[in-house]
Structures are given as C-alpha cells and as structure tokens.
Ligand binder design. Sequence first.
Ligand SMILES: Nc1ncnc2c1ncn2[C@@H]1O[C@H](COP(=O)(O)OP(=O)(O)OP(=O)(O)O)[C@@H](O)[C@H]1O
Ligand SMILES: [Mg+2]
Length: 406
Amino acid sequence: MRRSGKSKAEVERSTGATIGAFDASFDVNRGEIFVIIGLSGSGKSTILRTINRLNEPTEGTIHLDGEDVLAMSTKQLRQLRRKKIGMVFQQFGLLPNRTVQDNVTFGLEVQGVGAEKRRKAGQEALGLVGLQGQGDKLITELSGGMQQRVGLARALATEQEILLMDEPFSALDPLIRRDMQNLFLSIQGEVKRTVVFVTHDLDEALTLGHRVAIMKDGEIVQLGTPEQILREPANEYVERFVEDVDYAKVRTAQTVMVPVNEVAYINDGPTVVLRRMRQFGLDFIPVVDEERRFLGTAEAEEVARLAERNERELGSSVDREAAKVGRDTSLREILPLFVERDVPVAVVDDENRIEGVVYRGSLIAGLTTSQESPDESESFDREVPQENAPNGANSGDRVRVRRIGE
Ligand SMILES: Nc1ncnc2c1ncn2[C@@H]1O[C@H](COP(=O)(O)OP(=O)(O)OP(=O)(O)O)[C@@H](O)[C@H]1O
Ligand SMILES: [Mg+2]
C-alpha cells in the first residue's frame, strides 16, 4: 500500500498494522559515526534493531563486510552479536550489586574472556572515561553522571568493532550530556569504532555525526554530512528541524577560512616580506618553512622594525605562539582565540601545512549567517586540488608568490 502511494497513517488506519521503516537504505563506513535522527515514532529504533536482527525485516537486505546478515543461522547471529556488534541502550543497564570494574567488563565476561585480560581491558576503559582507580567501588556509590561514564566504558571495553547506540545520553541533564558527547568523541578518535547512533536531538546529531540520516514516518528524508544538511535542507520538514541550530557547534574552520595567497618563507628577508605585505595591504602574514609548514605569524609592524634595522632574517618577528587549528575545529573552539588578540588564526592540515586563515570577521559571519557567500565556497573549492597535489605544487606556489613580491 505504501508503495502504491498510501501514507503511513492511511496504511495504519485501514490495516491496523504499522510501517516501522520503509525504503530506508544506507551504507555505514568503517570508523564512521552514523547518526539516525527523527521524531518519536519515526522508526529510528526499528532500523537500529534491524541491523543486528533484533527486528526481522519483512523485506530488504543487510550486509556486513559483504556477508548477508539475513542468511545467518541462529548460532551465527549469536556470534555476530557477541563478537562483532555491540548495543548500548538509553539506561546502559548497569548492575547495581556489582563493582564498577565488573560492570565494565561484563560484556567480556559473557564473551568468555579470561580474568587477567578482563582486568586490563577494564582498567584501560575506565581510564578512557576518567574513572581510573574507581574500579572497586559499587555502582551505587557513584553519581548519575559517573554511572553513565561506566556505561560508556563498558561499551568501549568490548572488542566489538560496531556499536549500535540507541539514545545513550538522552536521560542526562544537558551539561553532563555535553560532557559525555565530548568524551565520546575524544575516545572515538582513539578507538575508531563504527557507530550507528540514534538520537532525537539535532545538536547532538550534528555534533557527533560524520553523516546524519533524518527519518520521518519510517523513511529517510535526507542523508548527508552535518554541513550538507544545514546548507541544503532537503525539504521543509528538515528545514524546520534545523531552524534553531547553534552554528558555533556545527560549523568548522573549513567553512569560514580564507585561502592563503601570500605567505612568507622563514628564509625571506624582512625588506622583501614587508614590501609584499604593503603591496597586498596585509597586517599579518603566515610564515612557513620550505615545506610550507606553518611556523607562526609575523605582524607588519614587527617586520618593518627588522627591515629598518637592516636585519637579514625574519625569525625574530615571527610570533611562534600564534594560534593554529585544524579544518575540523568547530567555531565554538575558535572563538576564544580571538578574545584577547585580534590576530588571524591559521588553519593547518595534518602535517602542519598552512591551508588558510580565519579572520575575526569571517568567524563572526560564520556564526551569524545561515548561508555562506558563494565567493567563500568558491575560493575554498579552488584550494582543494592544491592540497591534494603532490609536493611539486608547493614549490610552484612558492615561485608564484615570489614573482608577485618582486
Ligand atoms: N513492538 C512494536 N510493535 C508494534 N509497533 C511498534 C513496535 N515498536 C515500534 N512500533 C511502531 O513502529 C514505529 C517506529 O517506532 P520506533 O520505535 O522505531 O520509533 P523511534 O523513532 O525509535 O521513536 P522514539 O524516539 O520514541 O524511540 C512507530 O509507529 C511505533 O509505533
Ligand atoms: Mg526509539
């Protein structure tokens, strides 16, 4: 009936049966946090529980590493849930009469892991969530927030590479909840599980998710990165969903940075650099080494002082404490860097190569406007091939900069 155009509500009215999920297809990449979001009753839990076949789908397919999950025997399924796919529920299901340590390693115990190995894994996991040394306490001796962290530690102590999490933080008060999200992200950065995370909180979805699927009436109405969902809401439903998002949390350096056209090389002389800065009206210039690795920022005034004194080297004008961030740093984290000083913040890649700079103005614009200016994204697009180009591109770039300066 749904396929022939009847709505979920109509199907329910005329048959008394519910469509839990329909036409909800997606892939999850290894190491990804994939978030499913939607209003109550939209089918999030249904989908999540279908992944490890706690729900039997009436049609469709589920593949895991190329294996057909629907074709598995009961025994294979049991193995799958024990060894490969872990599940975390809202309440975490801690056992009050056991110690913290025993709770954390409960999953391993079920898996038949030996005592010594369990102890080690448990301590490690407790360390990850900031509860080292608390293993011998009883669960009831901990605060609610600490108990949540025990639950998270337990999920992390297992060796299952896939975690299905159904609103694990929803019972927490907002402050603890944010702590848990940050904690979860920093741990995930280390352990790199593949996570499918269900929530009905959009901020949480956009903060945690590499990609987010938005569900409505059992169907996926949009699937994309947080940026895509904010920038191009697929329809009015999604638009309404994203209306009051806090841009500080979800926008990153990448969206507000300005590509760097002029850099100074550390071996350049102050007079040459000063001339170039004047030519382009720059108050600041990023200083890099031969490999275009960011060393610091030089201020025009300082460079001028060196030039006046006929110094040969730029070195002492370089502020080596100048702030730098990665492409994925949120605007929320960048904002404080401008509180004391109005010095542009460098954006660098994993190898510390300069990619762009964030000015106070572009940061404020990023915090307050819902759409980027086309110019910005255009210049960003132009930067991308450069970043991916082999090393030769850097020297080419350097030649270009020199020519302009002369
Ligand atoms: N055990 C069940 N038996 C019958 N219908 C169910 C059952 N569980 C869920 N449903 C129905 O399936 C649909 C999807 O429910 P589901 O639990 O997946 O929603 P959800 O998005 O997880 O909601 P919530 O945010 O409230 O947890 C709803 O219409 C619900 O009424
Ligand atoms: Mg649910």
